[in-house]
Every structure is written in C-alpha cells, then in structure tokens.
Design a protein around this ligand. Structure first.
Ligand code: FPP
Ligand code: K
Ligand code: ZN
Length: 469
C-alpha cells in the first residue's frame, strides 16, 4: 500500500496560539477526522489507503428515505420536494434508474402546484422558488412527456414575474426575501422550462423599467459580492463591484460570504451567458478564486462554507462544484481531452493536473470521512454527524465533480435566445494516477443544472419546441 501523504494524516504545522471557541471546534474536527483519514478505522481500503464507495448501502439508505414518505395528500411538510430531488439525484449518481418513480412523483407533486403558478411544499401552501426548483429538477430526473406536462408554464411565467424585483433580484416567495438562491433557482427554472422572458406588464420590475425576467440579474448578483463598507469609500473600483473584503458571495448585499451562495451566483451567471463572459463581467474572479481556495482545509481535505468554520461534506458540492464553473470562466471554450488520451496514463500524466484545488484532499475527505459504512448507509457532513438525504446528494455530486473534468466546448452565439452552452465531460485522472478504484466512480452531473446532462437536455429540448405557451 502506498503511504498516505502526511498532509492528510497530521495536524497543521502552523497554528494560531490564541485559543477560542472557533479554534477548539476546529481542533475537535481534526481529531474526529484523523483516524478516518489515516486508515485507523476498520474496513477495506484500496492501495492508496482509501475506503471503497459503499454503493449498495447508500442506495438502500436513499430508497428508505424516499419510501418512508407518506401518501400524496397526507403530509404538509414544506421540505418534501427537496427529499425527492436529493434522493432521485443521488440514486442517479449511484447509477440507479429512477424512471420507475415517475408515476408516484407525478401524483405527489401535481397537487402541490398552485393556480397562481409555481409549486408549494405541500397541498394548500404558498408557492416557493426553492420548492419549485426541487420539483422541476425531480421531474427532469424521472423524465418523460407526462412528467414535463405537469408544469403549467403560463402560470409559472406570471408567478416568476411577480417575484422579480425592481432591483433585478427574485423573491423566494411573493412578499418574501430576495437572495442569491432565488436568482439561481429562477434562472434554472426559466432555462429548463423555456419560459418566455417578456415580463408580465403587471410586474413591479416592469414598472421599474425592466423588460425581461433576467434583466438586471447579473448586476444584482454583483452587489452580493461580500462588501466591507468602510473599504468601499477608499477605492477606485467600479461602482458595481465595490471593494470586496473576502472575495466571496453573500446571500444578499451586505451579508457574510458563504460557499452555497458562491455556487448559486456562478450557476446563475452561467445561465445568463457563457461563464467566461458572464462571470468576469459581474464578479471579481481573482478575489473569488482566493476566497474559494481558502475554503479547503488540511488535513481534512474537505471544504468549509465560510471563514473560520468547519469542513462539511455538503460543501464538496457548494464549494467543490464551483471549480468547473471557475475553470470555464478562466479558460473559455476549448476542446476537451481526446478520448485516447483520457485512458492513457502516460498522456494523462504529461497533461498534468491543472486543478486549482487538491482533488486528492477532496476525494479523501469524501470517501474516508463522509460515508456511513454501517448498515444505515448514506453520506454525511463529517464523521460525528448522521447521514441524511441532503448530504448524500451533495457529497455524491461533489464526488462526481472531482472524479470528472467538465469542458466548456462551445459558447452560445446569441445569449438573448440561447440559454445554454455545449459542455463535454471526461473521467479525470490526477496526473495519470487515480487514487480511487474505477468501481468507485459515480455518474456525471451537469455543472450548472446538477442533474445528468442528458436529463437536462431532454427537458430543454421538450420545451424548446414550444414557442410561447
Ligand atoms: C449556514 O449554515 C448555511 C448557509 C448560510 C447557506 C445555506 C444555503 C444552502 C445550503 C444553499 C441553498 C441553495 C439553493 C439552490 C436553494 P450553518 O451555519 O449551519 O453552516 P456553516 O457553519 O457551515 O456555515
Ligand atoms: K454546516
Ligand atoms: Zn452540510
């Protein structure tokens, strides 16, 4: 067995001597993770000291999470649509066919759609952007015309118009808060369902001078780049950006930067236009890279969501999933690796690893620390936490993103009509050396839509064939 690099088996060499509650939680986290990273926990490991993916256990865990759900009308739990998405997306990543859930999903989500547009978390509740996003993605995952036809696109268009704010952003629900989640969810929904962009004339945003659903959204996002007010006055930066203190993205202007919002901002911008155009137009990319890079920890190898907080498996997606979008923002359209080179270790070694983060660290954190290898199965935040559907979905999405390389092949030519670019994906071999076994590879998931590329295209193509409603 190859030795596990000391970076992942020892405490950090440089320490801040000041003890605080923050440093104590950090020390505790390292203590909890080290036995898992250094192979002291029981279980089979590969030649690199990494446990295998407990695929069957995770599949059973997800089936239980989905199966336990009560019948269509019984529960009023606003979080149910999320469970559908998390479980269906995670099962798909693990290689399961989720088409068999189609009828059950259709029957369950149909009554959640409101006449006024959008979906609520339960029958009789108000529509919410997060719920609607989770349901639209779930329908895309099970696929098929019957699933697509559940959505009433005309009332969806009216409802989205009522969420669009005079400042360009989106409220999560009518009269609710506007934040970057809303911007991303709305952009995904508008794009996948091919919602006509013309704003309904009774929209408050229309009265404020906006003409379409997506106008002013990039500018609104640029105002979420974390801002430290006192620095703003002493800079010559453009008024759009201000002087960013950390370089991350916050939920809404003036609040703390968090990884989940960085992903939402990058995802939304990559829908507004090709990432190499939209991202640098609205965000300060070097500072964002600096902030995102600072999220990865050693020895844990995973990512934290914000400065001075702990690693958590779900950030393997929210932060880890930023990298393909950052890479595309920097490199612009290019050819993907040639098929013959991908499977040729010497060629992969020569091509090198130009990743801006440690793929090895991320893989180690996921497979060593995030798997519940007991009978329960599922993936988790960290070894001291229980597995759940949310972490199972996002840890596996992160695993997929680190095991593959996404390339932006061709940018859209007319951003006012096209809402996607051409992407391709290939297996990633770290400098020709793959530290996980091939049997532990999961399926690919689109870097913007976070469902398989084919599933996103099926939905896009279905609705692209409809002009108007
Ligand atoms: C802090 O939680 C977490 C947040 C401030 C962000 C939560 C948002 C998401 C997970 C993404 C939502 C995205 C969509 C598409 C709806 P915490 O304080 O418990 O965790 P922390 O200590 O790791 O920051
Ligand atoms: K957390
Ligand atoms: Zn988490």
């Amino acid at each position: 067995m190859a030795a596990i690099p000391a970076l992942f088996t020892s405490a950090p060499p440089i320490r801040d001597a000041l003890t605080t509650q923050t440093s104590e939680s950090q020390d505790e986290t390292v203590k909890v993770c080290l036995p898992f990273l250094s192979g002291q926990e029981p279980g089979t490991r590969n030649d690199y000291g990494i446990p295998h993916l407990s695929r069957d256990r995770h599949i059973k865990f997800l089936q239980t999470q989905l199966g336990e759900l009560p019948g269509a009308f019984k529960a009023m739990d606003p979080g149910r649509p999320w469970i559908f998405y998390w479980c269906l997306a995670a099962l798909t990543l693990l290689g399961e066919d989720v088409v068999s859930y189609r009828e059950k999903l259709i029957a369950t989500v149909r009554p959640m759609q409101n006449e006024g547009g959008g979906f609520a978390g339960g029958f009789g509740q108000d529509s919410h952007l997060a719920t609607t996003y989770a349901i639209v993605l779930s329908l895309a995952l099970v696929g098929g015309d019957d699933a697509f036809e559940v959505v009433d696109r005309k009332s969806m268009w009216r409802w989205l118009g009522s969420l669009k704010q005079p400042n360009g952003g989106f409220q999560m629900a009518v009269g609710g808060e506007a934040d970057v989640r809303g911007a991303y969810c709305a952009a995904v929904i508008i794009s996948l369902l091919n919602i006509p962009l013309d704003l309904p004339t009774d929209s408050a945003a229309y009265s404020a001078g906006h003409t379409d659903l997506l106008s002013g959204l990039g500018e609104w996002i640029s105002r979420c780049e974390y801002l430290l007010a006192p620095l703003k006055s002493c800079t010559s930066h453009s008024h759009l950006r201000g002087q960013t203190y950390e370089g991350g993205v916050s939920a809404k202007p003036g609040t703390e930067a968090h990884g989940a919002y960085a992903f939402c901002a990058l995802g939304c911008l990559s829908i507004l236009d090709s990432p190499h155009r939209a991202v640098p137009r609205y965000l300060d990319v070097p500072r964002l890279i600096s902030w995102i890079s600072s999220r990865q920890n050693a020895p844990e190898g995973g990512f934290s969501g914000r400065t001075n907080k702990l690693v958590d498996g779900c950030y393997c997606h929210w932060v880890g999933g930023c990298w393909p979008l950052i890479q595309a923002s920097l490199g612009g359209p290019q050819e993907g690796p040639k098929a013959e080179d991908v499977n040729n270790d010497a060629a992969a070694e020569e091509a090198g690893d130009h990743s801006l983060f440690s793929r090895e660290g991320m893989i180690r954190y996921i497979l060593c620390c995030c798997q519940d290898t007991s009978k329960r199965g599922g993936l988790r935040d960290k070894p001291s936490a229980y597995s759940d559907a949310y972490h199972t979905c996002y840890v596996l999405s992160g695993l997929s993103s680190v095991q593959h390389k996404w390339t932006l092949n061709a940018a859209r030519t007319d951003p006012s009509v096209e809402r996607t670019d051409k992407w391709s994906v290939s297996p990633f071999k770290e400098g020709g050396q793959q530290i996980f076994d091939e049997e532990d590879r999961v399926r690919t998931t689109h870097p913007v839509f976070v469902i398989p590329q084919q599933k996103a295209e099926d939905m896009l193509n279905y609705f692209a064939a409809k002009s108007g409603f």
